[in-house]
Design a protein around this ligand. Structure first.
Ligand SMILES: [Fe+2]
Length: 407
């Protein structure tokens, strides 16, 4: 199979997967925006297409005719260098284009892209641009799961049928990593984003890291201990955040008739005490670590730990995490590391310099992937990042400790 046949197959499969994720949605689910941080699925379908049209077809293909000139403003996410765009919080006011027209837009762009890829005359720079476009699409596939869950949770709607298997109880062990000079960042093979580069050396002090994720049961103990009412566990901003927003439990937990339930993509389920806690803010993760007299790992400790663990998610068919002992692709683990540039960092060239760099302020890094992270998109050097107050991503906790004589 030639390289470009491989790219044709990759392009088809990844674009199709986005449609598959939306397949069970109703028309109404595609258009609403229940919060400013959520994008309607219809917007994701169009924006991922806009990415190929605007950044590839319009620039690389002579005589390319745009599908609809109005779409530029509607589906540019945040690229100031390209032009004006609709504010993020207004993505839900668009009744047009219709879903049907949005799907036609995808088809139009896909036909053109596949024709170009099949011509087998792509330069290395063009191939790399398409590769970024496909990883961008996979990033939006995870965002789609996050947004669909948020959209459906108010009505406890079932996204996919089936009962989720109960998780196994696990005992926590602490893995020890000795003091050492280590290398961090993207390996020199395969795709990586600019923010994972360059690979560089870092001196690491000895640390202990938990081989299990924090479970719902442990988190429930934290709640029942009155932790949401005790300021001493909380960062000042975190204490303000939970009080101002009346936060008393993880995002999708519900208390009803003296029982705890959790909304999942399989609908409302009784809380599985052995499953990993998920959909919590950095503030809650940090407070939980303080309650346990531990701390959150740094992103470097997470990366070193992940490289020693070969396990992959065992939950391919379940969209609810249940394997507390898995290191990878169960829940994204909050780290104590602020999202910042690595030494020697160089942003992507051209308009894509805005892809990651401009978000390097006031956000924290999460590591390890989640059940909704596409497998071929995930790498151990992958740096996910969110505001410390955000909770709608599949975020959880892995504890770490310093090594001193008290432990
Ligand atoms: Fe995007």
């Amino acid at each position: 199979m030639s390289g470009d046949n491989h790219m044709v197959n990759m392009y088809r499969a990844i674009r199709q997967e986005t449609l598959n994720i939306c397949h069970s949605l109703e028309l109404e689910d595609h258009t609403i925006q229940p919060s400013s941080f959520v994008s309607p699925p219809k917007w994701h379908l169009a924006h991922t297409t806009w990415f190929f049209e605007e950044l590839f077809l319009k620039r690389e293909e002579d005589n390319f005719k745009s599908y609809d000139a109005n779409f530029f403003f509607l589906f540019n996410s945040y690229y100031n260098s390209l032009g004006e765009f609709i504010p993020q919080q207004k993505r839900g006011i668009l009744s047009r284009p219709t879903l049907r027209n949005t799907l036609k837009y995808r088809e139009y762009v896909d036909n053109k892209m596949l024709e170009i890829i099949a011509r087998d005359r792509l330069t290395p720079a063009q191939k790399s641009l398409i590769e970024i476009g496909l990883h961008h699409e996979q990033q939006h596939q995870e965002l789609l799961y996050m947004d669909i869950k948020y959209i459906l949770h108010s009505s406890n709607a079932v996204y996919q049928e089936g009962k989720i298997d109960s998780a196994q109880q696990a005992t926590r062990n602490w893995e020890f990593f000795e003091e050492n000079l280590r290398e961090i960042g993207a390996q020199n093979w395969g795709f990586s984003y600019d923010n994972e580069n360059p690979r560089h050396k870092i001196y690491m002090y000895p640390f202990l890291i938990s081989d299990t994720l924090v479970s719902n049961g442990e988190y429930l103990d934290f709640i029942n201990s009155g932790a949401y009412k005790k300021h001493n566990y909380w960062l000042s901003l975190g204490w303000d955040f939970i009080r101002r927003n009346n936060i008393k439990h993880p995002l999708y937990w519900k208390y009803h008739d003296k029982r705890w339930y959790e909304y999942t993509l399989n609908g409302l389920q009784e809380l599985d005490l052995n499953a990993p806690v998920v959909h919590i803010s950095f503030f809650e993760a940090d407070a939980f670590a303080a309650y346990k007299q531990a701390r959150l790992p740094t992103e470097f400790e997470m990366e070193i730990f992940l490289y020693t663990r070969e396990d992959e998610a065992k939950t391919a068919l379940s969209l609810h995490p249940f394997d507390i002992t898995s290191a990878k692709r169960q829940v994204w683990c909050w780290t104590s590391s602020s999202y910042a540039a690595y030494p020697g960092f160089k942003a992507f060239k051209g308009p894509l310099f805005e892809y990651n760099k401009k978000f390097m302020c006031n956000q924290y890094v999460l590591r390890g992937g989640a059940v909704v992270t596409p497998q071929s998109h995930y790498r151990d050097s992958y740096r996910n990042f969110y505001l410390p107050s955000q909770r709608w991503m599949f975020s959880g906790i892995r504890l770490a400790k310093d090594l001193c004589e008290n432990y």
